[in-house]
Design a protein. Structure first.
Length: 198
């Protein structure tokens, strides 16, 4: 069989066969996907030469971090919506959360209001991370800027000479994503307690 006749997504029986979506409900996997994109971003950034990290190769790294961030924000909202429903409060559906598309600021605002509804404090650390949400939203409003060189109207996706320190960016994002993981774990813990109480 020629290479062109082979299926692209087909197991071969080799150790490199990948198995996806083999357990649980897909909605429960947002955290695992967020962790996978985060890990890929870290490994990619670590593998870049000093010359590569100062050029276009930074784009896939930033995109992977941004996607991991978006997945964590949506996962927190999913977990929070289950808690709110169990408490008899109004909560957004999965469809409503996903329909926020790539708008990080909207997702962040919704998490702020989720904290208020579940009685959690919005601490100084979270207020500081809001700056990162703003920075991302300013540079990459619709998750487009680091994936394409041009916008739909053929303008530049990023301003001329858009400069930043990729290593510093990665360090800040690693801490932010770890904090979001902790938040989701805290919500999951509350959810477990509520389930045990019933």
């Amino acid at each position: 069989m020629s290479e062109i006749e082979k299926k692209l997504f087909a197991p071969t029986g080799a150790l490199s066969d990948t198995a996806l979506n083999w357990y649980g409900r897909p909605i429960e996997k947002f955290d695992i996907y967020a962790q996978a994109f985060h890990l890929a971003a870290k490994k990619l950034a670590k593998g870049l030469s000093e010359e590569e990290l100062r050029d276009i190769y930074a784009c896939p790294v930033v995109y992977l971090y941004r996607h991991a961030l978006e997945l964590w924000l949506k996962k927190i909202l999913f977990t929070g919506s289950i808690i709110l429903r169990l408490e008899g409060q109004d909560a957004e559906s999965v469809r409503e959360i996903l329909n926020q598309k790539h708008n990080l600021q909207t997702l962040w605002r919704k998490i702020y209001f989720l904290f208020k509804k579940v009685g959690w404090d919005w601490d100084t650390e979270l207020k500081n991370y809001e700056k990162f949400i703003h920075d991302f939203s300013e540079a990459d409003t619709k998750s487009f800027s680091f994936r394409y060189p041009v916008t739909l109207d053929e303008g530049s996706s990023l301003p001329m000479n858009f400069s930043f320190d990729l290593r510093s960016f990665c360090t800040h994002m690693d801490k932010f994503l770890e904090r979001l993981d902790q938040i989701d774990c805290g919500l999951a813990g509350e959810l477990d307690q509520m389930s045990e109480g019933e």
